[in-house]
Design a protein around this ligand. Structure first.
Ligand code: SF4
Length: 265
């Protein structure tokens, strides 16, 4: 047993939106970025959340094992799990030993020895590429676009199955050229087998209000479904497979979905 502990914001027992199949999702506490579209400002504080051991999180996850099926398992989201890479690696190592599939939902903002250890025990990465220009990354994320691109290059070297995700924000990244550039990035990296566009939502406004913060993107509208459909239509079939469209998963999805809207990390 390891003495390592990690700080976590919360857990979702049966998630269907963060990786293949039905999954236990652990939301890591702490993020160094400040995305204007962030839906989880309550995960930013590195000293917040509660401390957990990997064994205790795994025990929680295993209670739901019967729902995971062949593709499901455990997902680490956040916040930014890369900030606690050594702990995350320990959790994923134990999860794999228990036979669970491991999925990492990340901004790709860091690459170091700890992150390498984590990637070595990760089965799939959900990589959020928020914009395709350096200017927008600097202005609305707080890091360089080079960071997630370097991370993606490493995933490609490892041949680690990757889903590229982007939250679609009107006026910022909802033009066809932006989506085409995202697809070009995906196609230049054969490890990417799926591209997902998620509509920007503002359900987090109340969190900002509670924290006394102003929501930087309060003025950005949510995209309508016709625009989302049009943009999703640009994604080539080989990058657009919906892994939750299989009949068995669809049944579980409708049984479990409780109105939760996936809004990005
Ligand atoms: S959107 Fe994700 S990466 Fe960006 S600030 Fe929020 S938690 Fe961090």
């Amino acid at each position: 047993m390891s003495n390592l502990t990690g700080r976590f914001h919360s857990f979702q027992s049966l998630g269907t939106l963060d990786g293949p199949g039905v999954r236990f999702v652990a939301f890591a506490q702490g993020c160094p970025l400040r995305c204007g579209c962030c839906h989880n400002p309550d995960t930013w504080d590195m000293a917040g959340g509660k401390e957990w051991t990997a064994e205790d999180i795994l025990k929680k996850a295993l209670r739901f094992r019967e729902y995971f099926g062949e593709e499901g398992g455990i997902t680490l989201s956040g916040g930014e799990p890369l900030m606690q890479a050594a702990f995350a690696a320990e959790l994923f190592r134990l999860s794999r030993e228990a036979g669970l599939n491991t999925c990492l939902d990340t901004s790709g903002c860091a690459l170091n020895d700890g992150v390498e250890e984590l990637l070595a025990v990760t089965d799939r990465v959900l990589l959020d590429i928020k914009y395709v220009t350096e200017e927008k990354y600097r202005a609305h994320v707080g890091c360089s676009l080079a960071a997630p691109l370097r991370f993606l290059a490493r995933l490609n070297e490892m041949g680690l199955p990757t889903t590229l995700r982007q939250v679609t924000m009107p006026g910022l990244n909802d033009d066809e050229e932006s989506v085409r550039q995202l697809i070009r990035i995906a196609e230049a990296h054969p490890c990417v087998d799926k591209v997902e566009l998620l509509p920007f939502r503002k359900v987090c406004q109340v969190k900002y209000d509670d924290m006394g913060l102003s929501f930087p993107f309060a003025h950005i509208p949510s995209p309508d479904s016709a625009s989302m459909e049009k943009l999703r239509g640009l994604i080539p079939a080989h990058l657009g497979e919906d892994k939750s469209s299989r009949p068995k998963e669809r049944a579980v999805h409708s049984e479990l979905s409780s109105g939760k809207v996936k809004t990005g990390c």
